[in-house]
Design a protein around this ligand. Structure first.
Ligand code: PMP
Length: 441
């Protein structure tokens, strides 16, 4: 087994390590939706590299694309130089973009991680508008670099860092289940949009016109909270009216994950800037910002970085994007995700620990609640973080990998590969049912 490896790494690695704490497995092989541990067991991977592995592990098309670059003798490290591999990746990317954006856009290779692209997007907006202010939302997650952290809403991870941004204004993300203001549904959406409008239009608001508004189409780390379509459209109208670039952080929602190619597509909204990472590199580190040509006011060298041309990631990414398009994986995610959500809704009747079930496509969250607690006026039960942790552990013992997130760490999150097969979804749902049986005891 992998016990000695686990013990050594637990002794040597940072206390900040996360997944390794509650996934005590040592992956040695992986294929499709499955990881094989050094213990010889197979695990259904419903985390898929934090939503990175859209095609699952070692998809033949991705492996072949990486191998082709290696076999070709092409340079692997090229800074930001133009190469045939980059040319091909850029074409594959532009074919998938919302047509309105693709018609007039620029692509900025931001570095290996999502946070890099968030930083670049914010700096770009500030450069283009000459303004400093930023609007971001409660519950947001945009990454762990200082600027991205400042945009993020999770106080616990922000606090110890110098993560404040004096130009940041935080707005309430409409959360139908646990709205801190007790404003559910359309009421919460309307209030949030009206608040944003007041901040921009009321001369007494004390808030300057921002350089950008940054939003996730579905909050992921924040607990899988979809942005209501009408609310996103209201934000689009407001920002367009006032010349504020709308930055959509599609790091987690991009490329079919939510059942549409991009999370904003559900609302028919086209942002001015799209932040892309995770699936864009086909499982290898790559982050890209796509933005309207009019915003391209960078001076030469205004935003640089050494690793902005990872050829293997671009090859893996191009193969992934083409496969998603060719196989209609966004529609497949929509169809399978709806089926899974329907089944989970039926589980709710049997399991009082199962609170709201929500999501889009194959980005699914379940609020785990304390059934003994008093519901708040909206009917939301108190969070059950301990039960959520038990559920995650019970799932793992049944060979299913899933993560937690959300306000109280009480949301069980599913981010399986978009290639998840019907029988794998069935396996997941059965394991979940049995794990719920144990947790509900
Ligand atoms: N934005 C969103 C919406 C994310 O979900 C994440 C990562 N979970 C990030 C940004 C940061 O990406 P990275 O971890 O690659 O820096």
């Amino acid at each position: 087994g992998g016990r000695p490896i686990l013990a050594r790494q637990n002794a040597r690695e940072s206390a900040a390590r996360t997944y390794a704490r509650h996934l005590p497995i040592v992956p040695v092989r992986a294929q499709g939706s499955w990881i094989t541990g050094a213990d010889g067991r197979d695990y259904l991977d419903c985390l898929s590299g934090a939503g990175t592995l859209a095609l699952g592990h070692n998809h033949p098309a991705v492996v072949a694309a990486i191998r082709a670059v290696l076999d070709s003798g092409a340079p692997l490290h090229v800074l930001d130089l133009a190469t045939p591999v980059k040319d091909d990746f850029t074409s594959a990317l532009m074919e998938l973009l919302p047509p309105e954006l693709a018609a007039d856009c620029r692509v900025h290779f931001a570095g290996p991680t999502g946070a890099d692209a968030v930083e670049a997007a914010v700096k770009l907006a500030r450069t283009a508008t000459g303004r400093r202010g930023l609007f971001a939302f409660t519950g947001a997650y945009h990454g762990m670099t200082a600027g991205a952290l400042a945009l993020s809403g999770a106080t616990a991870v922000r606090e110890p860092a110098v993560a404040g941004d004096p130009f940041l204004t935080r707005l309430p993300f409409p959360h139908p289940y646990r709205c801190p203001f007790g404003l559910g549904g359309a009421l919460g959406e309307a209030a949030s949009a009206a608040y944003a409008r007041t901040l921009i239009e009321d001369p007494q608001s004390g808030t300057a016109l921002p350089a950008a508004l940054v939003v996730e189409p579905v909050q992921g780390e924040g607990g899988v909270v979809p942005a209501p379509d009408g609310w996103l459209r209201a934000l689009r109208a407001l920002t367009r009216e006032h010349g504020v670039p709308l930055i959509a952080d599609e790091v987690q929602t991009g490329f079919g994950r939510t059942g549409a190619l991009f999370g904003v597509d559900h609302a028919g909204v086209v942002p001015d800037v799209m932040v892309l990472s995770k699936a864009v590199g086909g499982g290898l580190p790559l982050a890209v910002v796509v933005y309207r040509g009019a915003l391209d006011r960078w001076a030469e060298g205004a935003h640089t970085g050494t690793f902005r041309g990872n050829q293997l990631a671009m090859a893996a990414g191009a193969a992934t994007l083409r496969h998603i398009a060719a196989e209609g994986l966004a529609a497949r995610a929509q169809e399978l995700g709806t089926r899974i959500l329907d089944r989970l809704a039926r589980y709710q009747a049997h399991y009082p620990v199962l609170g709201q079930v929500r999501g889009r496509g194959l980005m699914i969250g379940m609020e785990i609640v304390d059934p003994a607690g008093e519901p708040d006026p909206l009917g939301a039960r108190p969070a059950g973080p301990a039960a959520a942790r038990r559920l995650r552990a019970e799932l793992l013992s049944r060979g299913v990998i899933a993560e937690l997130g959300g306000r109280h760490g009480a949301v069980l999150r599913l981010l399986p590969p978009l290639t998840l097969a019907d029988d794998e979804a069935e396996h997941l749902l059965r394991a979940l049912g049995r794990a719920l049986d144990v947790v509900a005891e």
